[in-house]
Design a protein around this ligand. Structure first.
Ligand SMILES: Nc1ncnc2c1ncn2[C@@H]1O[C@H](COP(=O)(O)OP(=O)(O)OP(=O)(O)O)[C@@H](O)[C@H]1O
Ligand SMILES: O=P(O)(O)OC[C@H]1O[C@H](OP(=O)(O)OP(=O)(O)O)[C@H](O)[C@@H]1O
Length: 205
């Protein structure tokens, strides 16, 4: 039995769509039936549905053997897990955005405190970081911060809040991760899952 931790928000929908594309109907049927349950059992696999940021926590602790999460979360957290493969969904990128372009952004709001700190250290600019948990665009729109560091996909959220992308940073996509111990103790089962998920995966690892 393999346990897989999944983000229960938008990434679950993307994963179900991908499962349909690769004809993994046993999993997609089970996951489509979810309403408020957090544990979903199929014949050989148990899924647990958690917050995106918590996927690596369940995997590192060994509660889940595998997890699917965004690379943004793996960049932000220092996780002791195996990064097994890219998955072809969840594409977006990190960006600094503000109302207008400036030479410096002394106050930046973000969910990604570590990534933001590393970026401003790398360009040798002092920065005050305000940690938020969502609706980050608002901070720059109402001038609580000079800029935000956030994820951009279509750019619609920035546009609708009067902000523009100023600096494009790392690309992001979904990743399959594993617990380090489980990677060896459940090697054959994990390889079977990797091969099933690789069917349409044209992202090179
Ligand atoms: N606009 C976007 N377009 C594409 N991918 C995104 C976007 N925003 C976030 N993501 C990706 O989705 C991941 C978040 O997944 P998901 O929404 O399932 O998380 P969650 O924490 O379970 O949801 P929620 O925040 O809605 O409770 C992010 O870590 C990122 O990799
Ligand atoms: O470029 P876009 O296609 O508009 O997508 C970007 C938005 O998506 C994410 O927010 P999410 O919907 O996860 O909500 P949140 O503000 O609660 O993080 C991200 O934080 C941006 O706000």
């Amino acid at each position: 039995m393999i346990t897989i931790a999944l983000s229960k928000g938008r990434q679950l929908k993307d994963f179900i769509q991908y499962l349909d594309e690769i004809n993994l109907t046993e999993w997609s049927t089970a996951l489509k039936s979810v309403s408020r349950e957090l544990v979903i059992q199929t014949k050989d696999t148990r899924f647990i549905l958690v917050k995106g940021e918590d996927v690596p926590v369940y995997v590192e602790e060994g509660i889940a053997d595998l997890g699917i999460t965004g690379s943004d979360i793996l960049i932000e957290q220092n996780c002791n897990i195996n990064n097994l493969m890219d998955l072809p969904f969840g594409y977006c990128h990190f960006a600094i955005a503000s109302k207008e372009k400036k030479d410096v952004y002394p106050v930046v709001a973000t969910k990604y405190v570590n990534f933001t700190r590393q970026y401003f250290d790398s360009i040798k600019q002092p920065v005050k970081i305000i940690k938020l948990n969502g609706s980050v665009e608002l901070a720059a729109t109402i001038d609580m911060a000079d800029a935000i560091m956030d994820i951009v996909q279509s750019g619609k959220t920035l546009h609708d809040n009067g902000l523009s992308e100023q600096v494009r940073l790392d690309d992001i996509n979904a990743r399959l991760i594993s617990n380090k111990h489980a990677y060896f103790s459940k090697y054959d089962e994990i390889q079977t899952i990797i091969n099933q998920l690789k069917v349409k995966n044209n992202v090179h690892n």
